[in-house]
Ligand binder design. Structure first.
Ligand code: SAH
Length: 499
């Protein structure tokens, strides 16, 4: 029985490993030595014993590991990593001291170069396996220059440690217990100074932290957003009360806190975009519901504007605490430029931007198109999109609120089948596009479709649908928007096949 080394490290004669009818079984606490052959969708290591699959968190492709079964199912089991017997060449020391406990980064123990290689393979596998494409090559992933400090939005939970001290940090993976940590390596580096200041304000003024169990206490979360093009920073406290006690003191302390005190070098990693950050907006968001949803609906401004301002190219955007905005600025700029290049606009085109959010892609393309119509399901995002259009004097845009799979077929029907598009952009959530929508898109006969995807599996499924109905995949270009995590963004250009 290869690999089996007994139960809890001892040789076990009643070996749980049975090969009855070729079905391999094991049980809790059994230990094995296995080779990790691949990574699963959540970045966990995958190893096999006689076709039986073991998922091992924190193990990497190329590792030889000793593991203990935690939960055994018929065809697979979850196992705990006990020892790395031979480390993979992919391994690197995580830069963050709490990388293992925290639920945020799944791949910090993997070198960045290998993260990108793995992400490319993940897309290629989906295209082959789900899409049935044999002749499409995924381009190398365009990675970040510095794969740290890239997030422009963070929501830090606030609570107490076991000694009653106020803590803020991150939820441990899949739990609601807070790991106290203020120097997150993927957040904008100004976060640490802000978290220090808010904690100090709470301690000095005896402002309580929220307790999820008894629904008592005031401060629930600290939301920080940054606008990279302007350096503007927003701090928003989410509170379980109508008013924040001593709000004036918080404002004073935040305006005095030096955001750049930690710039330059944290844990040996350089960041060079902290120097010009300054607080432009301080607000509270009221959420008195007993819920896991972080933000409530009402916002009160304590200082400055209710939004911060960012630019993507020439286009200006106002971002409020509730707005959706891409979290990785640098990669978003590159990705949108690729969308623009793929759309190849000459100036007289009608574009439909489906799943448009606050209209970021719509407005970016409206710079060069005759008309852009955006469709988005979240009403507040559509309000933001319309406001942003006015802000940019873009009268050649129109936004529709509703599900794309309802709005677009309805508009098509209303036009008596005459609604046409020159270009369609699709940027759906992870579940991809509804067939009803794809079918209407095909009927609108766009010359090109630009598909922006955050899930390679649904991307492959949708590409297959479109390619069976007269479209051809040109290029598949991935961008790493979420370094150290297992997520990947892909942009694909499809052209109408007129043959
Ligand atoms: N293109 C935007 C947003 C992409 S995120 C950007 O680049 O910023 C995907 C968006 O799809 C979200 O804003 C989400 O609210 C929206 N959405 C989800 N389901 C939808 C549906 N069925 N119809 C239209 N929009 C939807």
């Amino acid at each position: 029985m290869p690999g089996y080394i007994g139960q809890s490290g001892t040789e076990d004669k009643n070996a749980a490993l049975q090969s009855e009818n070729n079905i391999f079984t094991c049980k809790k606490n059994d230990e094995f030595i296995i080779d990790i052959e691949d990574l699963g969708t959540d970045g966990e290591g995958i190893g096999k014993i006689q076709g039986y699959t073991l998922f091992v968190k924190d193990a990497l492709t190329g590792d030889k590991v000793r593991v203990k079964i935690m939960k055994a199912k018929k065809k697979y089991a979850y196992a705990k990593l006990l020892e790395i017997i031979e480390p993979s060449e992919w391994r690197t020391e995580p830069a963050c001291p709490v990388a293992k406990q925290c639920g945020g980064c799944q791949l910090q123990h993997c070198s960045y170069e290998k993260q990108l290689e793995w992400k490319r393979k993940k897309i290629q596998d989906c295209l082959n396996r789900i899409g049935g494409f044999t002749d499409i090559q995924t381009e190398p992933v365009i990675g970040m220059d510095i794969p740290y400090y890239y997030r422009n939005k963070a929501q830090f939970p606030v609570g107490y440690d076991k000694d009653g001290n106020i803590v803020t940090g991150f939820y441990a993976g899949r739990t609601h217990s807070i790991i106290p940590f203020k120097n997150c390596l993927v957040q904008h580096p100004c976060s640490s100074a802000i978290l220090e200041t808010v904690t100090k304000y709470m301690e000095e003024n005896k402002v309580s932290a929220y307790n999820e169990t008894n629904h008592k206490g005031i401060v629930r979360h600290i939301l920080i957003r940054t606008a990279q093009a302007t350096g503007e920073v927003m701090v928003c406290l989410i509170i379980n009360a109508d008013k924040l006690p001593y709000a004036d003191k918080l404002v004073k302390m935040l305006l005095e806190c030096s955001l750049s005190q930690k710039s330059g070098n944290i844990n040996g990693i350089n960041n060079n975009f902290n120097e010009n950050s300054f607080i432009k907006s301080i607000c509270i968001n009221i959420n008195k519901e007993n819920t896991n949803v972080i933000l409530g609906n009402s916002i009160e401004v304590l200082y400055g504007t209710p939004y911060i301002t960012d630019y993507i190219g020439e286009v200006v955007y106002h971002i409020s605490p509730l707005s959706f905005y891409q979290v990785n600025y640098g990669q978003t700029v590159r990705l949108y430029e690729k969308v623009m290049e793929f759309a190849d606009l000459k100036g007289d085109e009608v574009v439909w931007d489906l799943y448009c959010g606050i209209g970021t892609i719509s407005l970016f393309l409206a710079q060069k198109a005759a008309k852009v119509c955006g469709v988005e399901i979240v009403p507040q995002a559509v309000d933001d999109a319309r406001e942003n259009a006015i802000l940019n004097n873009m009268e050649n845009t129109e936004f529709f609120n509703g599900a794309a799979e309802e709005i677009v077929p309805l508009q098509y029907e209303k036009s008596g089948g005459k609604l046409k598009a020159d270009i369609v952009t699709l940027d759906p959530p992870r579940k991809g596009c509804d067939e009803k929508l794809l079918n209407t898109v095909v009927n609108m006969q766009p010359a090109r479709i630009v598909y922006v995807s955050c899930d390679p599996a649904t991307l492959a499924r949708d590409l297959k649908y479109l390619c069976n109905r007269g479209y051809e995949v040109g290029k598949v270009q991935p961008y790493d928007m979420f370094g150290q995590s297992c997520h990947i963004e892909t942009v694909v250009i499809l052209s109408k096949n007129d043959k």
